[in-house]
Design a protein around this ligand. Sequence first.
Ligand code: ZN
Length: 429
Amino acid sequence: MTEAHDLLIRDATLPDGRRGQDLLILAGRIAAVGPALATPPGLPTLDAQGWMASTPFVDAHFHMDATLSYGLPRVNASGTLLEGIALWGELKPQLTQEALVERALQYCDWAVARGLLAIRSHVDVCDDRLLAVEALLEVKRRVAPCLDLQLVAFPQDGVLRSPTALANLRRALDLGVEVVGGIPHFERTMADGAESVRILCELAAERGLRVDMHCDESDDPHSRHIETLAYQAQRLGLQGRVTGSHLTSMHSMDNYYVSKLLPLIAEAGVHAVANPLINITLQGRHDTYPKRRGMTRVPELMAAGVNVAFGHDCVMDPWYSLGSGDMLEVAQMGLHVAQMTSQAQMRACFDAVTTNAAKVLGLAGHGLDIGCHGDVVLLQARSPVEAIRLRATRLAVVRRGRIVARTAPAEARLDLPGRPDRIDWTQGH
Ligand SMILES: [Zn+2]
């Protein structure tokens, strides 16, 4: 049970540019926003000193069962997606529930300290013991006071290709996993991939659940599973409840075909999730030069009216050796890879790790409007763009009106002879 607290945040800048704003949180909800609010005496108060108060970061795509397992049992030598999947297959029989829980909790500590308060994590169901499912359901319960963990039943080895995957996936849903996952590009054929999309979308429709599939995570310009996913979302009335993750093949598709595809995705209300750190690392591995970037067409999807979020995907696991739960690093990489450098586009990259991602998860009460949860991250920045540029320090992280993490302000002092506050560049000339 998440406790609800009162807090007054004084003198904050908001992401939309309003300055000198107070945020009043009462019983864990935002009760008022405005300049110099008249408030009841004795409230706990956080002085924002003009820094930016943002709605918390949301990670729309992660793998918490694999996180912090880097080097177990060995390192991915080729750096490819397929070797990563093989390596994960080697590690799976050695996993213990205790170790899974411990690593996941450690990651959640990092996440909360960085203002990341909601994560959608895929959990592999292709282990008949469902060890990772049970471990992450336990983690979800334990972190709930500080972090919303939404789980996706993910058949890593293919729901048709792996003989017990579909039965395991149903068992995972019965245990409380709330989103239906899939990986059509890993099934044996394009036809099997399309069949897997149909089966899984029908299962989600039957149970009233959301769908999030790893979809077309390849450099194959002829991969067509996002088209099928959009078709099934439309046919089954799942608009707004379906997400296509990765969609990297779209990077390599023919432009004419994409001009037909984008409106179909928008019409079906399918969300798109790019994973910039992972896409730029894993894709294009079979290329010589020129070498493709491989990330999906983010600005074009946004221009077509599709809700696009960025995910972290991996942190120190068989697929990726770096990462720290910092969604500003994710946004910064997405901005660079997609060349989204206008002011509006940079701002959109901030939305991709906050509000857009919250829409993917279907989070209720995410935002800074009255009535939303009293969840706020105070950033040592004056705007969303500055936050991305500096990967701003999270001065304070607030959950339901309670300060759950603080970080000291970043500060650099010059220690040079002469003028204490400025370098004297005339010396030596
Ligand atoms: Zn993934």
